[in-house]
Design a protein around this ligand. Structure first.
Ligand SMILES: Nc1ncnc2c1ncn2[C@@H]1O[C@H](COP(=O)(O)OP(=O)(O)O)[C@@H](O)[C@H]1O
Ligand SMILES: [Mg+2]
Length: 247
């Protein structure tokens, strides 16, 4: 029996034949507005509801904004933070500003992956995290794509080594066919790709599990929706989109 971590996202665990195999590091790849951050929040929140502590690494948005974004879906993490079950690693502010002074895990130089890893390890140990989401890893190597794979490998050693099952958000441009950065797709244990495509004058959301070590999974493209309660995946529906990429 494969030990799995349920995402708890409606329809998603069906596609994954039960969930993400424990300790996998999954690249969550997609263009802007495809739902990557919401997916990550929902994954962590569902863990908290099941008693699994979590850590969110904020590289794209202010930690205060992350908590607000989550609460808009009914996911208020502040009580879990007080209980020591949840932590946000602030890799956004560099400690600048009044609000940042209230953050417990601050990466003073987010460009420095070593500092980020130190703060991440500390947060994981403090809360006993089982789930981690990093939003986004692309920020760590946008200026130096040659380091992309090495950065993901380093994070993978740390995250898997500490026993967490993790989501690494990876940004791709609207037309990119890949998964964000040279070699990262090989380093990751799994790849879930989120897409937004214009079909008959309407934007359609879909996702596909491209790879997931340790399990079989749906090979189909499934439609999903974002609602004010989060993501709902239609695991029993398949969506076909036209020629979607420039090559
Ligand atoms: N309450 C909501 N109901 C429906 N859709 C929403 C809601 N909140 C956000 N969205 C959709 O989610 C998108 C943003 O998702 P997000 O996870 O932040 O994207 P990404 O991180 O991939 O850029 C918005 O562009 C919007 O289309
Ligand atoms: Mg985002």
């Amino acid at each position: 029996m494969v030990d799995r971590v349920k995402t708890g996202i409606p329809g998603m665990d069906e596609i994954l034949n039960g969930g993400i195999p424990r300790r996998n590091v999954v690249l969550l790849s997609g263009g802007p507005g495809t739902g990557k951050s919401i997916f990550s929040y929902q994954y962590l929140w569902n863990g908290l509801r099941q008693g699994e502590p979590g850590v969110f690494v904020a590289l794209e948005e202010h930690p205060v904004q992350v908590r607000i974004n989550m609460s808009q879906f009914g996911w208020d993490v502040r009580e879990y933070e007080r209980q020591g079950m949840f932590a946000v690693v602030d890799a956004f502010t560099s400690g600048i500003g009044e609000a940042a002074k209230k953050e417990r895990y601050v990466v003073t130089d987010p460009e420095d992956v070593g500092l980020l890893v130190d703060a991440l390890k500390e947060a994981i140990r403090d809360v006993g995290a089982k789930r981690v989401a990093i939003d986004s890893v692309s920020t760590l190597y946008l200026a130096k794509p040659a380091l992309a794979r090495r950065t993901v490998m380093l994070l993978k050693r740390v995250l898997s080594g500490l026993g967490t099952t993790s989501i690494l958000v990876s940004q791709v441009s609207v037309t990119e066919r890949g998964f964000g950065g040279p070699g990262v797709e090989h380093a990751a244990d799994g790849i879930i790709r989120l897409d937004l495509d214009e079909v008959n004058g309407e934007l359609v959301r879909s996702l596909i599990v491209w790879k997931m070590r340790g399990t079989s999974h749906s090979m189909r493209r499934h439609p999903f929706e974002i609602t004010d309660r989060g993501i709902i995946v239609y695991h029993d529906r398949v969506v076909k989109v036209g020629r979607r990429y420039e090559v």
